[in-house]
Design a binder for this molecule. Structure first.
Ligand code: FAD
Length: 527
């Protein structure tokens, strides 16, 4: 099969559903373009890749894989499909495919590979005395690591990150994008100035808080439901040169969480705050690389394997612009205020790039051991401060402390750093006291190595996780899932709670034919 043959095959499949003259015009347009439109069983490789994600337990095969060269290509496809409700073909944008539950998949639909849009990153750096912000215009399928590398050439970098950088701009902006900088700058979706979006109706719209604000806010945290992000304008700041990176250990959860909350009240001194529950030697990712001395503590864990420890991780950026500021001194002053288990505090000074790219080192280590491409039954929750102790107890009661493989992240965020106009969902004010501004993120990032945990074991893990998520979502704790999967549209309604009506209104406005992102399972799928 050559490319032309494939194109005709793809077109013929669409022909089955094409009736109106308008659609015929679209079809002629499609035929006249040089689309790279793969699909069907004869192109197993494309469809297999598109049916795979980081979770590795949901596999939905699309009927075709679409590789657009321009946003116009995507617009043409979406116009064609949305004007043809009887076609029932749905479309999923696929960024880096690092979802867990098949969110970027489209069973029997079309997967749009976002990395086929030419990667383009343009940096706009403010000159001295100029007002405004430095920013980057970046294509939706580009990876955050590419944006970091390009902006560093100008001495700049985005303010807010995810822990792992090999995720696409459009993929994380469709969720929230959180990490240790979120307490200070809000999630990635709070650091976007403008977007170019192809709506479900196939319109290309440039939107911002001032221009087409409803679409702008809908798309941020919108789980891919309203449009495909083809370009984003991301706020930049001056990049530090180095980072003082610190870990301190605790054996008491209350002291640990109180100290974390103290740290997020120091945004003028600190640049990054996260934390972990330490169950066993596998709990601290990237530990041996940056913190070889910490291995003493880890080997000490073996003496009493039943004991649970906690680790606060914080960082101070070194911009080297102020002679009087010393990161070492700043860390010492902060450490004096903390109540960690003395002497268990460790620090390392690393380049800013290596700090941000720390999970890549862990990826390489796991790849070498052959345990990166394994199923990942992950659970991420936003838990109100008032319920975090209870949630931690439920979690620890639901997992095997010795056998658990992977990190468990736990750290506080500040709600007022989130724009509540966006589509992202945090615990609702009815379950948190109105004055409660702190929400914890808990990431249970478990790996299920098939040689130790076969499919029965994997399903049992997923079942227990479901029970934990449901218990946590009840009125006693009032937690919300992040990056999660809900078993049915009615569960999604419950998840959105008071925000459901606005979310559904936005859907009818921007993707009335329900073409987009069927893998999320929020609206009844067309395919
Ligand atoms: P995909 O899986 O490709 O897509 C996710 C969803 O977004 C799908 O519904 C898809 O249709 C839609 N989508 C994709 N591209 C676009 C687009 N251009 N426009 C509109 N919709 C689109 N998240 C955090 O917040 N913080 C972390 O620290 C973090 N660390 C992670 C570490 C690892 C190792 C992994 C695997 C994931 C991590 N995540 C983290 C989760 C990650 O942010 C989400 O899974 C995100 O969706 C991944 O981006 P992606 O490009 O792979 O998206």
């Amino acid at each position: 099969f050559n490319a032309l043959h494939l194109l005709l095959l793809a077109m013929c499949s669409l022909c089955r559903f094409i009736q109106s003259p308008m659609e015929t015009v679209s079809l002629n347009y499609l035929k006249a373009t040089s689309f790279d439109f793969d699909g069907f069983s004869n192109l197993r490789e494309s469809t297999s890749t598109a049916s795979l994600d980081f979770g590795r337990f949901v596999f939905n095969f699309p009927r075709a894989v679409f590789r657009p060269k321009t946003p116009d290509d995507i617009a043409t496809l979406l116009r064609l499909l949305s004007a043809s409700p009887s076609s029932k073909i749905s479309v999923a944008a696929r960024g880096a495919g690092h979802s867990i539950h098949g969110q970027a998949q489209a069973r029997d639909g079309i997967v749009v590979e976002m990395d086929s849009l030419p990667s383009s990153i343009t940096i706009r750096k403010l000159v001295d005395g100029e007002e405004g912000f430095s920013y980057a215009d970046v294509s939706g399928g580009a990876l955050w690591v590419e944006l970091l590398e390009e902006s560093l050439k100008h001495g700049l970098a985005p303010r807010s990150w995810t822990d792992y950088l090999y995720l696409s701009i459009g993929g994380t902006l469709s969720n929230a994008g959180i990490s240790g900088q979120t307490f200070k700058y809000g999630p990635q979706i709070s650091n976007v100035l403008q977007l170019e979006v192809v709506t479900g109706k196939g319109e290309i719209v440039t939107c911002s808080p001032a221009k087409a604000p409803e679409l702008f806010h809908a798309v941020l945290g919108g789980l891919g439901q309203f449009g495909i992000i083809t370009r984003a304008r991301i706020l930049l700041q001056n990049a530090p040169q180095q980072v003082k990176w610190v870990r301190a250990f605790y054996d008491n959860f209350q002291t640990f969480s109180q100290d974390q909350e103290l740290l997020i009240s120091m945004p003028d001194t600190l640049d990054y705050i996260e934390g972990f529950i330490v169950l066993n030697e596998n709990s601290l990712h990237s530990s041996s690389i940056a913190f070889p001395s910490q291995l003493d503590f880890i080997s000490g864990l073996r003496k009493d394997p039943s004991k649970v420890h906690y680790c606060i991780e914080f960082a101070v950026y070194d911009y080297r612009t102020d002679e009087t500021f010393s990161t070492e001194q700043a860390v010492e002053e902060v450490a004096r205020k903390l109540r960690f288990l003395r002497p268990f505090i460790y620090s390392a000074k690393v380049s800013y790039y290596d700090f941000l790219n720390r999970v890549r080192m862990e990826e390489m280590r796991l790849r070498e051991k052959g345990v990166w491409d394994v199923p990942h039954p992950w659970l991420n929750m936003f838990v109100p401060k008032s319920g975090i102790h209870h949630f931690k107890n439920l979690l620890l009661g639901s997992i095997s402390h010795q056998e658990f493989e992977g990190p468990i992240l736990i750290y506080p965020l500040l709600k007022h750093k989130w724009d509540m106009n966006s589509s992202a969902v945090l615990p609702e004010p009815s379950t948190t006291s109105a004055a409660e501004s702190v929400v914890y993120v808990v990431g249970v990032l478990q790996s299920a190595n098939p040689s130790l945990c076969g499919s029965a074991c994997l399903f049992e893990l997923l079942g227990r996780q479901r029970q934990l998520a449901e218990a946590a979502a009840g009125s006693q704790i009032g937690a919300k899932q992040y990056l999660g999967h809900q078993p049915s549209p009615s569960h999604w309604r419950k998840h959105f709670g008071g925000r459901w009506e606005r979310f559904a209104d936005r859907k009818w406005r921007f993707d009335p034919a329900c073409v987009l992102a069927p893998g999320q399972g929020i609206f009844v799928s067309r395919s």
